[in-house]
Design a protein around this ligand. Structure first.
Ligand code: IMP
Ligand code: MG
Length: 178
């Protein structure tokens, strides 16, 4: 079994707070004259970001939750995507803002955005706290992006490794040693 080492802080909680406020301001401006959007939290990784983000939204929004299969206890995507919990709202004709923790290969968001478009959403936009552009396999357009990060495994502020470390306030790098 490999040893898990919390290597360094990648993004401090203070930087996350400032960026979250900035993204919320942009969403407020973009949707002020639009029909009430549904902000969709992708469980579980985006839960901290989502909760902080929506508190700075000052326009009418609906919120909903969706869960998509994740990596389990490995750090690489299989490319296989599965919906674990679907939305409770009907998306037909609605403006959707997906709120995600991180875009890595892009498989998950490609699948989710596609499926919401097929279900007749009026618009589908993506807000992601993090992106690892060097790992992209499928192109994904990120409308509201927090931070680009290098190809390292990020934990904390909702992001997990094997369901742990989500409670850390900062985003840190996890290193595995044999
Ligand atoms: P993708 O489908 O490869 O883009 O992976 C997206 C999902 O994988 C994210 O929603 C995360 O749950 C998980 N993931 C990707 N990279 C990381 C990471 O560095 N730390 C924690 N989870 C990650
Ligand atoms: Mg996720």
């Amino acid at each position: 079994m490999s040893k898990e080492i919390i290597d360094k802080i990648l993004i401090s909680h203070e930087d996350i707070v400032n960026k979250t406020n900035e993204l919320a301001r942009r969403i407020n401006d973009d949707y002020r004259n639009e029909e009430t959007p549904i902000m969709v939290c992708v469980l579980k990784g985006a839960v901290m970001f989502f909760a902080d983000l929506v508190q700075h939204i000052d326009i009418d929004v609906a919120i909903d939750f969706i869960a998509i299969s994740s990596y389990g206890n490995t750090t690489r995507s299989s490319g296989e995507v599965k919906m674990v919990k679907d939305l409770s709202c009907c998306v037909e004709g609605r403006n959707i803002i997906i709120v995600e923790d991180i875009i890595d290969s892009g498989y998950t968001m490609h699948y989710l955005m596609n499926s919401l478009n097929i279900r007749g959403a009026k618009s589908v936009k993506l807000c992601s706290l993090l992106s690892k552009p060097s790992r992209r396999v499928v192109p994904v357009e990120i409308d509201y992006l927090g931070f680009e990060i290098p190809d390292e495994f990020a934990i904390g502020y909702g992001l997990d490794f094997d369901e742990r470390y989500r409670n850390l306030k900062d985003i840190c790098v996890l290193r595995l040693e044999d």
